[in-house]
Structure formats: structure tokens, C-alpha cells
Design a binder for this molecule. Structure first.
Ligand code: E4P
Length: 202
């Protein structure tokens, strides 16, 4: 399982990237707004730090607008992946963009049916939000398992990103299920490296 960091904080990305364990980055509009920096230059800087896929989200909602915005985002750097929320317009835009070689991360996915549609539209990645499903009293890990088993049935190329990870146990459970990628917040990555017996041993 590859580990991405789920943040737009450049200092945090540099720190975790220096550990040699990072394969990519995901951002979203809320994470970018939190940094209070110019969006395009921040994404460009992140794409220069980490060589793997960097997800930047398109905020448009109508098909042609999504396509225009996605092309602008993809032009920032070769390793940019455009995040598009799953809607009918988002699927239609994904079909067009993926044919042109632009990699799409279909986001705000909360069910196996949504993941199935994203894959058929040509999304390179699909991001089920584990924590937000747990938040409403449902089983986020159960939904992740459904998506993994559907994709395995057909050997789909679309990679699954376990997103909205809230704690280290989510990461272990996602890895046990064999998910392709977990995108993990900075604080959770920091918690993953810690163990009281390691501290005591040192
Ligand atoms: C990742 O792609 C998502 O933007 C992120 O994991 C959402 O996490 P949250 O539910 O904690 O906001």
C-alpha cells in the first residue's frame, strides 16, 4: 500500500517526504484555504517537492467548466492529478479528460456504486471517504471492502485511495484489505511512527 499525505501544508509535506515513505499528495479546497496562500503557486511548489501524483481539486460543477478548470490544473506540472467530485457532470468530464490522458481522482465517493461509475468513466483513482462515513454512524471500512472486492472481480485499472483517514487504526485496516493507497493526514502519519516501547527501548 502506497502512502500519500493529505494536506496542502508545504512544511509538513517536506518533513514527511524526507522520511522516504511518501508516494503522493492529496489536497482539497478546505486544506488549501487553511494555508492562506495562493492556490496555483502552492500546488506548483508541492508538485516540485514530491515526484508522485499530486491531487488538486476542480471546483466547477458544470461539465464544460470542469473540463476547462481541469486542463488548467493539469498544466501546472506533469504529476498533477485532477480531483473531481462524483456527479453526472463530473463523470462526463472525466470521460473526456481521461481520453486526453489527464488523470482524474474521483472524489467524495461514499458507495461501491459511485466507485463503479467512476471507474467506468475512466478515473485513474477513486477516493472513498472512510471517516465521513463513520461520522454518520455507518461503516466506512465496510464500504472500502465492498469497493475493493468489486474492483478485484474485474481487475479494474482504477486505483483505490482510502481517504478521510482519521487515526492509525484506519491505516492498518486499509492495508489489511489490500487497498492501493491510503492518503493520511500529517498528525496520523506522525502517530504511525510512534510506539511507547520504542521510546522506552531508546
Ligand atoms: C482526500 O482526498 C480528502 O480530501 C480528505 O481525505 C478528506 O478528509 P476529511 O473527511 O477529514 O475532510
Amino acid at each position: 500500500m502506497k502512502i500519500f499525505i493529505d494536506t496542502a501544508n508545504v512544511d509538513h509535506i517536506r518533513e514527511i517526504n524526507s522520511w522516504g515513505i511518501l508516494s503522493g499528495v492529496t489536497t482539497n479546497p478546505s486544506l488549501c484555504a487553511r494555508e492562506q496562500k495562493e492556490f496555483y503557486s502552492t500546488i506548483r511548489e508541492i508538485a516540485s517537492i514530491v515526484k508522485g501524483p499530486i491531487s488538486a481539486e476542480a471546483c466547477s460543477m458544470e461539465k464544460e467548466e470542469i473540463i476547462k478548470e481541469a486542463r488548467e490544473l493539469a498544466a501546472i506540472a506533469e504529476n498533477i492529478v485532477v480531483k473531481i467530485p462524483i456527479t453526472p457532470d463530473g463523470l462526463a468530464a472525466t470521460k473526456v479528460l481521461s481520453k486526453d490522458g489527464i488523470r482524474i481522482n474521483m472524489t467524495l465517493v461514499f458507495s461501491a456504486n459511485q466507485a463503479l461509475l467512476a471507474s467506468q468513466a475512466g478515473a485513474a483513482y477513486v477516493s472513498p471517504f472512510i471517516g465521513r462515513i463513520d461520522d454518520i454512524g455507518h461503516d466506512g471500512m465496510g464500504v472500502l471492502y465492498e469497493i475493493i472486492s468489486v474492483f478485484e472481480n474485474y481487475d479494474f485499472d482504477t486505483e483505490i485511495i482510502a481517504a478521510s483517514i482519521r487515526h492509525p487504526l484506519h491505516v492498518v485496516q486499509a492495508a489489511q484489505m489490500g487497498v492501493d493507497i491510503a492518503t493520511v493526514p500529517y498528525e496520523v502519519i506522525k502517530a504511525m511512527v510512534k510506539h511507547p516501547l520504542t521510546d522506552k527501548g531508546i
